[in-house]
Design a protein around this ligand. Structure first.
Ligand code: 8GT
Ligand code: MN
Length: 544
């Protein structure tokens, strides 16, 4: 997790822009087969009374086929024309009833009839080959536009249908680490970083969402038309950046901003563990500081209360060197050695970016749990003691567990929602670079600044790594794992979706129905996704 909880709290208070997209209008076609006449009439009345538009024929306007038959094959037999309408969702009548009960447009995934996905793939293939056929027949079309069409098809470009699906629910998109538009993503991500460092969370979020949208596209963008009306691309500003990169390969705004004195200064200052955007702004404008060296020079006047900063400066270089997966594995082995002695029977998992498949990270995030709720209590302090004895802990910031259900609701309603209430420790870990490890220093917290800086600069056989330990009661494991796996933007979009579409409160402890404050339990991540009415997403697809 990133260094500054302060920054995070600020982020949580920002209003979230619309993120899941407009609720699509539903036009229903009710399939009578399998339903008695009288009940069918009641069903139709129910739909109409609750504001659904119903069509008597399976025409183009239909968005949802509602049926009580078992599978799509049966429906296809009755309505062969179905395959020309691959935008249609084919769902059980439960979907309609649930929408009415929940007073919202429910995601369809859990209500799709058996065989839906196979049918969808087949009808898309049909549609593609027929569009190719008609394209060949279009003698009067200009060579240019024909070439473009062919290219779009070739590169899996967005057909209107794809765009519709893509826009329906941002959370059903897959955001992988590798994508087809690295240059666009890089520029938009820079703009996100720029506004984050400048302390404008609202603009930063807009660019983060635009970058995530582009990441999810299954083809290389070459023209603006290909991305017209894609949800998540946001304001004209994001589009302007995209347009210029498409046209010229770079963006002047990006270049100018990357070279601006203020950006470079704030970036230097926020690169120190413990310094967030707010403090960096103060150091820059009030104290005129520009670099980490300036912080060292003026250290004595600054009177910074946060102990982390002292260590952040001393080990600045180490902490700004990306942590490799190999190092994460080494730290995991060390933790296991200690936990095996302190209290075996634990579950230990590396989460954060590494779990999403990243090869490096800025820290290593560990979740630790036991079979029964409560067994984890007290283990953190023993673990820290044991690691300290072996000289592994350079600095620690411990947070006690503050979880109780009331706190979750009170905080949520006051909109000062900290990330979570788990017992945890944010620490700087001393990782030996060669075996065997002989040092058995005691915790060197509280040391004076000068000697720390000297040690940081000296040649040593170990490196400093940011590590988080989080202790989770087993009944909250699924939610905690999801929350700490991230990405941060993905979790933000999920929480927004839960709030606005499900009227539910999601955090790393659970999912609560706001209507009656009941908790929806989950044993694992899969069950969390089920509770949210979304299909399971692999960690590697959560790199939003
Ligand atoms: P990285 O590779 O640079 O380390 O990137 P990362 O691993 O994706 O980001 P991170 O900053 O280490 O955070 C990992 C996940 O933990 C994020 O999804 C974030 O939302 C979540 N997270 C925090 N802080 C906290 C916290 O205090 N509680 C909980 N539950 N989650 C947190 O960043
Ligand atoms: Mn991390």
């Amino acid at each position: 997790m990133s260094c500054e909880s302060k920054k995070r709290r600020h982020e949580e208070m920002e209003p979230v822009l619309d993120s899941v997209g407009e609720k699509p209008e539903a036009v229903l076609f009710l399939v009578q087969e399998g339903i008695q006449g009288k009940r069918f009439q009641l069903m139709k009345n129910f739909a109409a009374k609750n504001g659904f538009h119903c069509e008597d024929q399976l025409c183009e306007r239909v968005t949802h086929v509602i049926s009580e038959l078992d599978n799509v094959k049966q429906i296809k037999k009755l309505y062969p024309q179905l395959s020309q309408n691959s935008h249609i969702k084919i769902v059980s009548s439960q979907w309609m009833y649930t929408c009415v009960r929940q007073k919202m447009h429910m995601p369809e995934n859990n209500f799709l009839l058996e065989g839906y996905h196979q049918w969808l793939v087949e009808s898309l293939q049909d549609a593609q080959s027929s569009s190719k056929r008609s394209e060949l027949g279009l003698q009067s079309e200009s060579a240019d536009s024909k070439q473009k069409l062919a290219k779009d098809n070739e590169e899996l470009g967005h057909t209107e249908h794809d765009k519709k699906t893509f826009n329906e629910n941002i959370l059903e998109r897959n955001a992988k680490l590798q994508n087809h538009n690295m240059k666009l993503v890089e520029s938009l991500t820079f703009m996100n970083n720029y506004w984050t460092v400048m302390g404008d969370e609202r603009r930063a979020l807009a660019y983060a969402k635009a970058a995530a949208t582009i990441k999810c596209l299954p083809f290389t963008v070459t023209t603006m038309e290909q991305i017209e009306e894609l949800k998540g691309l946001g304001t004209g500003h994001c589009l302007k950046v995209v347009q210029e990169v498409l046209r010229t390969g770079t963006c002047r705004e990006v270049t100018t901003k990357a070279e601006s004195e203020k950006y470079i200064g704030l970036k230097n200052l926020t690169s120190v563990y413990g310094v967030g955007a707010g403090l960096a702004e103060k150091l820059y404008t009030v104290h005129n500081l520009r670099t980490v060296q300036d912080m060292i020079t003026h250290w004595n006047h600054l009177k910074l209360a946060d102990e982390r900063i002292k260590y952040g400066i001393a080990y600045h270089q180490d902490l700004n060197t990306p942590v490799t997966r190999e190092d994460a594995g080494k730290i995991e082995s060390i933790l296991k050695e200690h936990l095996d002695v302190i209290k075996p029977g634990y579950t230990l998992e590396i989460t954060g970016g590494f779990r999403r498949g990243k090869k490096t990270g800025h820290d290593v995030d560990f979740l630790i749990s036991y079979k029964k709720d409560g067994e984890e209590v007290g283990v953190l302090s023993k673990l820290l003691l044991s690691l300290t004895k072996k000289g592994h802990i350079i600095h620690q910031k411990v947070e006690k567990s503050t979880f109780d259900e009331e706190a979750v609701f009170r905080k949520a309603s006051e909109k000062v929602n900290p990330m979570d209430h788990f017992e945890k420790c944010f620490c700087i870990f001393r990782l030996p670079e060669c075996e065997p490890w002989t040092s058995s220093d005691t915790l060197n917290m509280g040391r004076d600044f000068e000697s720390l800086v000297k040690e940081g600069e000296s040649k040593r056989e170990w490196k400093a790594v940011r590590v988080d330990f989080v202790f989770v009661p087993s009944s909250q494991w699924g939610y905690a794992l999801l929350g700490w796996t991230g990405s941060k933007l993905y979790m933000r979009l999920l929480r927004h979706y839960s709030n606005h579409y499900l009227n539910m409160l999601l955090n790393s402890h659970g999912l609560w129905n706001r209507a009656d404050n009941t908790l929806l339990p989950a044993q694992n991540e899969e069950e969390v996704f089920q509770n949210l009415g979304l299909s399971y997403k692999e960690p590697c697809d959560r790199n939003f």
